[in-house]
Design a protein. Structure first.
Length: 233
């Protein structure tokens, strides 16, 4: 039986450090752990979920494929299911950026002993990047995946120091530096969404509306500036 990952999880798998133990936090269907093991990327994966239904389904898949010696299923919340230094890579995907930050912060003693964090936030990406940099991580690799019409950013971080500009926090220091092939079209779509939202609220009144409008206009100008630089390069 072959496990085929969608583009989002495939990008997560590509940033895992090979040959070492991995933890997949909030594994859901267990596709990522099975893929890592069956493709020889990781000799052992600790997979966890705090929801009983998905956890039971994941356990059934491990049993069906006879992978119980390579995939260690653990029921629990966040990084609390891990011991410090137990894995080399921790993967957290499919959650909001604030939640991922909280999961790391709640078990910092575990997080700081791993070699790499591979994170795929669904939203609040800039705040997650800022959290990482403010708390002693440096962003070492990034990717963009397109799956069923949605764009996802994937971040790999390791312990170390770095500085982060507003542009880098929003669009990724590695994505910008490496001119990721999907970055231009991703930013064009972001700009189109912002412009549509600006049009919706531009004729509304009220201090909160005007404050929100100014924030959106600043973001739109920022994207237009970066797009201009990418066109020239």
């Amino acid at each position: 039986m072959q496990i085929h990952l969608d583009n989002r999880l495939l990008s997560v798998a590509k940033l895992v450090l090979p040959g070492k133990a991995v933890a997949d936090i909030g594994t859901d269907h267990n596709c990522l752990p099975v893929y890592l093991v069956m493709n020889g990327i990781s000799p052992k994966v600790i997979a966890s979920d705090k929801a009983r239904g998905p956890f039971n389904n994941a356990c059934q898949l491990v049993e069906l494929l006879s992978l119980d010696k390579q995939i260690d299923m653990r029921f629990g919340d966040g990084l609390q299911i891990l011991r410090p230094g137990e894995v080399t890579t921790i993967c957290i995907s499919g959650m909001g950026g604030h939640l991922i930050s909280n999961i790391i912060a709640d078990s910092l003693d575990v997080a700081v002993t791993t070699k790499r964090l591979v994170l795929q936030p669904q939203n609040n990406i800039s705040s997650l990047r800022r959290y990482l940099v403010d708390n002693g991580w440096r962003i070492v690799a990034e990717d963009i995946a397109v799956d069923r019409g949605f764009y996802y950013q994937i971040i790999a971080a390791e312990r170390g120091a770095m500085q982060l500009s507003d542009e880098q926090a929003e669009f990724g220091p590695c994505l910008l530096a490496n001119k990721h092939p999907l970055l231009f079209e991703y930013m064009q779509l972001k700009l189109a969404d912002l412009c549509a939202l600006i049009d919706q609220i531009s004729d509304k009144q009220g201090p909160n509306v005007q404050e929100r409008l100014q924030v959106l206009l600043l973001k739109a100008n920022q994207i237009e500036y970066i797009l201009g630089k990418l066109r020239k390069e």
